[in-house]
Design a protein around this ligand. Structure first.
Ligand code: GAL
Length: 419
């Protein structure tokens, strides 16, 4: 009996010694007390919103250290490639930013790289709190694979209120009206439209906004469900509009980022900019006040829908930490904290409307009543390969302006990635 007790004590001592060695080597701690969150939110207006939700996480899980893995470049232009390399190489982060829609489903769900998280959402009792259309963009074959942190609108025209007042310009609601306003402003020597397409996608963003405005929501959506042909003449009309608009952009657009272009509106260097509503967050970060220093007008009767989502990759090194992160972004507090800064809206239907500003409340209303159109650039409509081929095509178009060549290229991209 005594021998047995001594033996047990020795065993316990050894175990404690082993654990403390593990700890001092950082092994045990690294397994349980970290979480690596991968995103491209490192630029102005984006980093602030990420840090805001990190604060919520740190308060709820003080024992878990966040590894903030960011790769610079708007719209994930560099991050997406880096992520793919990691995922294919079997080195996933614990959770990563990915657009709901084709980008998530084609790259990571169909390829079997993600764990379904439907059960987690059910266990937390939040599954039916999310907008079903947005949750659909995170689902495949009846299972949910990621949590939508935001709902963003792509087709938005931002403007400097002082410039429009000075030159008596009514905020344009259509592309032809925008062209007229640009013509007037150019005659006064003002830069009408800012563009920063250093990373290419910003030009495609402008084009897709024009494309839906030209085609209308139903017809544009037909491109993705097979009801509209890619031979449709309105694609040519959109290219013509785009070419006209390009006459009114700043000459140095190829060297600027989307933030630089937004800044031009904020500082009064340019009158207009077309960008998703994360630009609202940035305009506020720069000191702007909605409906006072800057205004907005949707281009088109549609809601170009984009959602940033996070899921649980198979083989996540810190699975517990990843689940804690997912619980944070699924919570009303997490969603409100993030979206209030980002300029966007929550994907939860029970978010506190009263906390949001005038732009965001309009976005909530439009989201409920307008036809949603998925974005090419931000992965809701098309897989990653299509999107980058499209960015290259638009980039060439900007410098060559060759409509026939672009139409032929587009058909090729469709054949390569959609058929
Ligand atoms: C989008 C993303 C937004 C914002 C934007 C600019 O693709 O969904 O959250 O980050 O890119 O980088």
């Amino acid at each position: 009996m005594v021998i047995e007790m001594i033996f047990k004590k020795i065993l316990c001592g050894c175990l404690l010694l082993f654990l403390s060695c593990m700890n001092s080597l950082g092994l045990a701690a690294s397994q349980t007390n970290k979480v690596e969150i991968f995103s491209w939110w490192i630029g102005g207006g984006e980093e602030e919103s990420l840090q805001a939700i990190f604060k919520v996480f740190k308060r709820n899980y003080p024992q878990i250290e966040i590894i903030n893995a960011t790769v610079e470049g708007g719209a994930g232009i560099n991050a997406k490639a880096a992520l793919q390399t990691r995922m294919v190489g079997g080195k996933p982060p614990d959770s990563f930013q990915v657009h709901g829609g084709a980008e998530l489903v084609d790259s990571y769900v169909k390829t079997g790289m993600m764990e379904p998280i439907t059960k987690l959402l059910n266990d937390w009792g939040v599954r039916n709190k999310f907008n079903p259309q947005i949750l659909d963009m995170c689902s495949y074959k009846g299972e949910i694979y990621s949590i939508p942190l935001d709902v963003q609108r792509g087709n938005m025209l931002w403007y400097n209120m002082r410039i429009l007042q000075t030159y008596h310009i009514t905020p344009p609601k259509t592309v032809p009206d925008l062209l007229t306003a640009c013509r007037k402003l150019a005659a006064y020597g003002v830069i009408p439209l800012s563009l920063g397409d250093k990373n290419k996608w910003e030009a495609t963003h402008l084009f897709e906004t024009i494309l839906v405005a030209r085609m209308g929501a139903e017809k544009y959506n037909g491109l993705w469900n097979g009801k509209t042909s890619f031979d449709d003449p309105q694609i040519t009309e959109a290219l013509v509009d785009f070419k006209h608009l390009l006459k009114y952009v700043n000459k140095d657009h190829g060297t600027l980022t989307w933030q630089d272009a937004t800044k031009m509106v904020s500082s009064g260097k340019a009158a207009f900019n077309v960008m998703g509503d994360w630009a609202e967050g940035y305009l506020k970060t720069l000191g702007g006040t909605p409906a006072k220093s800057f205004g907005w007008e949707p281009l088109g009767d549609n809601f170009m829908v984009i959602t940033d989502t996070f899921g649980l990759p198979k083989g996540a090194p810190h699975r517990k930490g990843a689940i804690a992160w997912l619980a944070t972004i699924a919570s009303v507090e997490g969603q409100n904290t993030f979206n209030l800064v980002k300029g966007t809206i929550s994907s939860r239907m029970d978010a506190n409307r009263g906390l949001y500003d005038a732009y965001q409340q309009m976005s909530m209303d439009d989201f409920m009543k307008l036809t949603l159109t998925p974005s090419i650039v931000h992965g809701s409509a098309t897989p990653q390969g299509f999107t980058s081929a499209m960015d290259d095509m638009m980039n060439t178009f900007i410098y060559e302006g060759n409509i026939n060549k672009t139409r032929r290229q587009l058909k090729q991209i469709v054949a390569d990635y959609l058929e």
